[in-house]
Design a protein around this ligand. Structure first.
Ligand code: SAM
Length: 240
């Protein structure tokens, strides 16, 4: 379990020296950068899809998951959603519990999901199978399945047997955690992408943009969240 310090009530990783979500509004950042950046509302409505998959690099506090779940729940009869995510440095119970105070308007770490997460984290040896949490849609027609894999991104991506529709690239700033943005990792992301799948990320770092372009993503710069000047979104358009 990894330790954090708090700055303006926002958890900051001691190891990476970076925030888990924006001090200017974590929920709004998830909506703007990841949910809307990937155009997910439109994609969920696209006809003929019985399920939709999101792949996230860096589960952290779970905020992106909880916000996505809430927005999916508000959609009318959406397809089932699979949220694949991974984490090498899981957060402690006391850190996760601060989410309910920080975001009282959002359902986050309620007793049942927190207990399930803690039971999974307590398993020895470290589990190879993912932690799963399934929530039914209010319409009763679909489900939202969280699958969290423990381990280093380079190991976990190898075992993901999936084709992702939309990526949340959220592994701390590239300058503070370059490993999460290496050619090796981004090419694994490309390999697990469907033709036309999308990605979004809070960063606009030049080497990330160039790597994604080289791997067959068309990349666009957009206005970043809050004080951030730019961010990146794009689509996987490689044909061979
Ligand atoms: C910005 S935080 C993610 C925030 C998260 N999406 C949320 O909603 O709270 C980045 C996450 O990436 C994780 N991480 C960093 N390096 C990693 C690696 N090599 N393998 C797996 N996870 C890693 C960190 O532990 C951290 O939880």
């Amino acid at each position: 379990m990894t330790e954090v310090i708090f700055e303006s009530d926002v958890p900051v990783s001691k190891e990476f020296g970076d925030v888990y979500f924006s001090k200017e509004g974590g929920m709004e950042e998830t909506v703007y950068v990841f949910w809307e950046g990937n155009d997910i509302p439109k994609k969920l409505k696209a006809s003929g899809k019985s399920s939709f998959s999101i792949g996230e690099l860096g589960f952290g506090t779970g905020l992106n998951y909880f916000v996505s779940l809430e927005l999916w729940r508000k959609e009318k009869k959406p397809p089932s959603l699979f949220f694949y995510t991974l984490e090498k440095h899981p957060l402690e119970e006391r850190t996760l519990k601060t989410m309910q105070t920080h975001f009282p308007e959002l359902i986050t770490w309620e007793t049942s999901i927190l207990q399930s997460y803690l039971n999974y984290m307590a398993r020895k040896p470290i589990p190879q199978d993912p932690w799963e949490w399934i929530v039914p849609h209010p319409s009763g027609t679909s489900t939202f399945t969280l699958k969290l894999y423990l381990g280093d991104v380079s190991e976990v991506l190898k075992i993901w047997d999936v084709s992702i529709d939309s990526w949340y690239l959220d592994g701390f700033a590239p300058s503070k955690n370059p490993q999460m943005w290496s050619e090796e990792i981004l090419s694994a992301v490309a390999e697990k992408s469907k033709q036309g799948s999308s990605f979004s990320t809070f960063t606009a770092a030049g080497f990330v943009r160039r790597s994604l372009q080289n791997l067959g993503f068309s990349v666009e710069k957009r206005k970043g969240f809050g004080k951030k000047r730019e961010m990146l979104v794009g689509r996987f358009t490689r044909t061979n």
